[in-house]
Design a protein around this ligand. Structure first.
Ligand SMILES: [Zn+2]
Length: 70
């Protein structure tokens, strides 16, 4: 079978790039291996007698866990 597929170039490949802000927030944040670890850090950082001001979420970029204040 001749390899003559070099006619019309197809659409450019879609490169999934996470939003810059999202990627930066990942790189700049502490990374935890598990939700439990992130949660315990959040509780440690909270003021005594106050609930944690941050909550853990699993990062879609690195697959680890970060803390968010929202
Ligand atoms: Zn991340």
């Amino acid at each position: 079978m001749p390899r003559r597929n070099r006619r019309a170039p197809g659409p450019p490949p879609v490169l999934f790039q996470p939003a810059r802000a999202q990627r930066t927030s990942c790189e700049n944040k502490e990374r935890y291996a598990s939700e439990a670890e992130a949660r315990s850090i959040a509780l440690m950082n909270a003021a005594p007698g106050r609930p944690a001001a941050t909550r853990p979420y699993q990062c879609t970029i690195c697959g680890g866990w970060h803390l968010t204040s929202r």
